[in-house]
Design a protein around this ligand. Structure first.
Ligand code: URA
Ligand code: SF4
Length: 207
């Protein structure tokens, strides 16, 4: 288990656990608040992200930044990362073996950052979070904009899937539900209890 985010970054920089290291320019570990209430999980770096080593800085990132601003947040208020840390060639879909090889890093990031809310962007990150929470993923249409009070990786979190911002760039009809989901996220954030009761799952939870 990694002891710190810096250690995860070092591991990812040196990683050759799947074939994507061969074609990447730079891996993208993630960035943002180190004590985030909200963690956003995308799919994988795109072209711009691969060149600069930062998540969501291209067109989809611009939309994500706008959506955040719409609910009074900046990128520094949240943590942003992806299921895969290296770009799949031509932005193809992640392969199952790549997801399996890479998600231990994401697991560690979740455990270290301990977000109260996890927002998954698109089906790959939603599938990941659902599997960690013991939930069955059906389809984005069915689950998006819903809050799943979950226990995941030893943590209690509100899990909210929504559409990937890139999908809303291809299908402008998705922008309105995406904005709605961010409004829901704002409400969930406001509703977080100020008292931070122990969020680590304890024996009493099973009795
Ligand atoms: N799309 C993603 O899923 N992640 C990024 O970082 C950029 C685009
Ligand atoms: Fe390693 Fe993940 Fe990059 Fe594959 S995508 S080489 S598992 S960091």
């Amino acid at each position: 288990m990694a002891v710190s985010l810096d250690e995860i970054a070092r591991q990812v920089e040196a990683c050759r656990k799947c074939g994507l290291w061969k074609s990447r320019t730079r891996p993208v570990v993630g960035e943002g608040s180190l004590d985030p209430k909200i963690m956003f999980i995308g799919e994988a770096p795109g072209r711009n992200e691969d060149l600069q080593g930062r998540p969501f800085i291209g067109a989809a990132g611009k939309l994500l930044t706008e959506l955040l601003r719409g609910i009074g947040l900046t990128r520094d208020d949240v943590y942003i990362t992806n299921v895969l840390k290296c770009r799949p060639p031509g932005n193809r879909d992640p392969l199952p073996e790549e997801v399996e090889a890479c998600t231990p890093y994401l697991d560690e990031q979740v455990k270290l950052l301990r977000p109260r809310i996890i927002v998954t962007l698109g089906r790959f990150s939603t599938f990941y979070a659902f599997s960690r929470a013991g939930l069955t993923f059906t389809s984005m249409v069915k689950v998006r904009g819903k809050i799943f009070k979950s226990q995941l990786l030893g943590l209690r979190v509100s899990l909210m899937p929504t559409y990937h911002p890139a999908a809303a760039l291809y299908y402008p009809k998705l922008k309105e539900p995406l904005i709605k989901d961010f409004e829901k996220l704002k409400k969930e954030l406001e509703g977080l209890d100020s008292v931070d009761e122990s969020r680590t799952i304890s024996l009493s939870d099973f009795m």
